[in-house]
Design a protein around this ligand. Structure first.
Ligand SMILES: CC(C)(COP(=O)(O)OP(=O)(O)OC[C@H]1O[C@@H](n2cnc3c(N)ncnc32)[C@H](O)[C@@H]1OP(=O)(O)O)[C@@H](O)C(=O)NCCC(=O)NCCS
Length: 188
């Protein structure tokens, strides 16, 4: 299934294109973001990191249907990608099925939660996924909170090396049922 674009109250959440590389590079090349990510993300981040990631990883995998991905563009702001979400139905390892980051300039406004509500609607509705797992490094309170706000239920602690040197991570699960429950809670 093709990856759709979504329009939320404050955001355009759309599939990435190569032209997003410069803005992704600008917003992602930040230790305050990358420290929370797994060691598969290089630090220092290379000058062509976003371009390489889009060209060699995300866009080819989207083309074969292996994954879905979106960039986040604020409606009321510069026309540039300030964040990123990816999702794959079948995780090939224990790193979880979804990743996300948002430019530090935009943290704490509820943007990631807003974007994920549309992504989850697509995942559980259109794709018909029953459940998926996600992880965050211990102590990443913003990520854990976003997970809780979008239907995740804590499963267990696992070992997963991150760039900040911490190897312990939390694993969560989002099920169709936990997603429906959080939607009902938000609507009430
Ligand atoms: C995780 C991330 C995407 C969150 O984006 P965001 O748009 O700021 O998230 P939201 O505003 O939707 O929600 C953040 C929540 O975390 C809370 N939060 C943020 N920092 C916190 C902290 N240090 N302690 C406790 N809660 C915190 C906020 O208060 C908010 O919760 P609330 O709505 O209940 O008040 C962003 O912080 C980020 O890109 N971090 C670096 C990359 C990363 O960690 N990616 C995930 C890897 S698993």
């Amino acid at each position: 299934m093709n990856t759709p674009a979504f329009e939320t109250q404050r955001l355009i959440v759309r599939p990435p294109v190569m032209e997003d590389a410069p803005s992704m590079q600008k917003h992602f090349n930040n230790w305050n973001i990358i420290q929370h990510l797994g060691t598969q993300v290089p630090w220092p981040y290379p000058d062509d990191g976003a371009e390489y990631f889009l060209r060699e990883n995300i866009l080819p995998r989207m083309a074969t249907g292996e994954c879905h991905a979106w960039v986040i563009v604020p409606k009321d702001g510069p026309d540039e990608a300030i964040g990123f979400i990816d999702f794959q139905e079948e995780a090939s390892d224990r790193h979880g099925n979804r990743g996300f980051w948002l430019s530090e300039e935009y943290h704490g406004k509820g943007f990631m939660t807003e974007a994920l509500m549309s992504v989850h609607e697509f995942v559980f509705g259109d794709l018909g996924v029953k459940r998926f797992t996600i992880c965050n490094v211990m102590g990443n309170e913003a990520s854990r909170r976003v997970k809780q706000k979008t239907g995740a239920v804590f499963l267990e602690e696992i070992d997963l090396p991150h760039n900040n040197g911490v190897n312990r991570a939390e694993m969560w699960e989002v099920t169709h049922e936990s997603w429906e429950n959080i939607k009902k809670k938000k609507a009430s």
